[in-house]
Each structure stands twice: as C-alpha cells, then as structure tokens.
Design a protein around this ligand. Structure first.
Ligand SMILES: N[C@@H](CCC(=O)N[C@@H](CS)C(=O)NCC(=O)O)C(=O)O
Length: 281
C-alpha cells in the first residue's frame, strides 16, 4: 500500500488515540493496516486472561477485569478433538471461558437442551452473548474476526489460504471420517476391524497430503515461526491419531515437528484432554 501525506496524518491520529487506550481506533487501524501491527499486543477489553503470566495449570482463572467481559461458554467433551481445537484457540487468544461438559459417551449430545444449540448433536458449541456457533471451523473464524489479539491467520494471502486449507483438510477430510457416530455405524454394519482400518486409511491419506502441502512453508509451526490456525487444527488431530489409532508419525516428519512445537506451548498444554474438568482418566 502506498501511503500519502493525508493517510499518514490519519494513521498518526489513530495511533495517538490508540496508545491512549481507546479500542475503537485500534480496531479501524487494524482493519486498514493489518493485524500484524499488533502482534504482541495486550488483550482487548474482551480478553480477561493476563497472557503475560500464563500458567498452563490454571489457565482460565487469571481474570484481570471481568466487568468488561461478555461471558464465553464452550460446550465441550474432553476427548473431542474438535473441542480441543477451540480450547487451544481460546487459550492462544487469552480468552477466558466457562466450560460446559457434554458427555458423548453417555449420549448427552442428544438431550433436548443440547438439540437447541446444535441440531446435528456434535460438540463443540461456542456461545458468546447472543451468538451461538456449532462448528469448530466457524468458531475459529468468528474468534478471529471478533477478538483481534494474537491473530490465528496471517495477513499474507497465500499463507492465510494455506492455513485455511490445512484446517479444512483436518476438519473435512479426516476427522469426519473417524468421528464417534461414523465409527459406531461402521462397527455395527461392517465390523470392528474394518472400522479401525477405515479410520487409519483416511487419517494416513490426510497426513500424507498435509505433509506435502506444508513441507515448503513449515518452520517451527505449520506456516512459519508463528502458531496459526493450521497448527490449531493439526495438533489435536495428530494427538488423537497417534493415541487412538496408533498412527506412526515417523512417516510425516514435518507434521511431527509441528506437533512437538505445539506440545511445548502452555496454551496447548492447558487445552489437553486430561486437563479438562470432565476428564475421566
Ligand atoms: N464439523 C464439526 C464436527 C464436530 C464433531 O464431529 N464433533 C464430534 C466430536 S470431535 C462429535 O460431537 N461427535 C459426536 C458423534 O459422533 O456422535 C466441527 O468441526 O465442530
């Protein structure tokens, strides 16, 4: 973008208001000139976690100003990888939320109360004030649009598309093929062994594509040195694939490296299934 003198004046005025703590010009500034101006920013009024003092054991309790916050509620199941993506993203953005457990093993997704939130009967569901969203991909994009701290998509269009593509491979071409209801159906109609083979086949196919897709772009994380949406989708998928389906990640060295980087993050550690209030170990 070419910056002319009137624009420069506008930027300076916005900047002055911004550093005085006014969040509205900050928003317009971001829309005009990109979120990366704020990559190391402090949380907005909607963010109540003190990101500078992160503690993976006590992640959601570090409220700094709860009076300014619209309460976010996450309907989640500890073992659900789709819920895990959202927990990881909320932690990365430093957003505190109330955890409401939906036990998929006990069929709690089929209650009439939950049906009102998601007639498909899947977790996660995110409620933010009047907004109800029942799909992890849509939730991630919503969080990205509404809460600008710690962007989960890069500004550069090609890298942005790469993140969306990687996330989409996980959420469209992998996880739906090994979700609980699909595997139950397979087991009943085809058999327990075929069920496992089916899941493994589709997971390996997806990882094979992702390995090729990300080899050129990957650094510490999937698309470079920052953690973004591709990582948020990939890391829980890899965890589930290795633990539940015995997938050997040595065939996918790029993905394994990305996973190792995510595992070291306190925001990821706090999102681990075994750290959730409904974890039954
Ligand atoms: N596209 C949805 C898929 C959600 C989904 O498949 N959730 C799984 C848990 S990871 C679920 O609720 N399964 C319940 C079932 O299969 O009955 C998303 O990304 O949120």
């Amino acid at each position: 973008m070419k910056i002319n003198p009137p624009m420069l004046l506008k930027i300076s005025k916005s900047y002055l208001k911004l550093i005085k703590g006014d969040n509205l010009p900050r928003y317009h500034f971001q829309r005009l000139f990109g979120t990366h101006f704020f990559h190391t920013e402090t949380p907005t009024t909607n963010s109540i976690i003190d990101a500078s003092s992160m503690d993976s054991n006590n992640f959601q309790k570090k409220a700094t100003d709860s009076t300014l916050v619209s309460k976010i509620i996450l309907y989640s199941f500890w073992k659900s990888s789709c819920s895990w993506r959202v927990r990881f993203a909320l932690n990365l953005k430093g957003l505190s939320y109330e955890y409401r457990a939906v036990n998929l093993d006990k069929g709690e997704q089929f209650t009439s109360e939950f049906d009102k939130l998601n007639p498909l009967h899947y977790v996660p569901v995110l409620v933010d004030g009047d907004v109800v969203i029942s799909d992890s991909y849509a939730i991630l994009l919503y969080l990205e649009e509404k809460y600008h701290q710690r962007p989960l998509l890069p500004v550069e269009p090609q890298l942005r598309a790469l993140n969306l593509q990687a996330a989409s491979i996980v959420s469209s071409n992998m996880q739906p093929l090994h979700m609980l209801s699909v595997l139950r159906y397979m087991e009943e109609r085809v058999g327990p062994e075929e069920k496992q083979l089916w899941a493994k086949f589709h997971i390996q196919k997806g990882f094979g594509a992702l390995e090729k897709l990300l080899t050129g772009s990957a650094g510490k994380y999937a698309t470079g040195k920052e953690v973004y949406m591709a990582d948020v989708f990939l890391a829980p998928q890899i965890a589930v694939a290795t633990k539940r389906f015995n997938i050997n990640m040595s065939e996918f060295p790029t993905l394994r490296k990305i996973y190792d980087s995510c595992k070291a993050l306190p925001e990821f550690q706090a999102s681990l299934p075994e750290r959730q209030p409904d974890a039954a170990l």
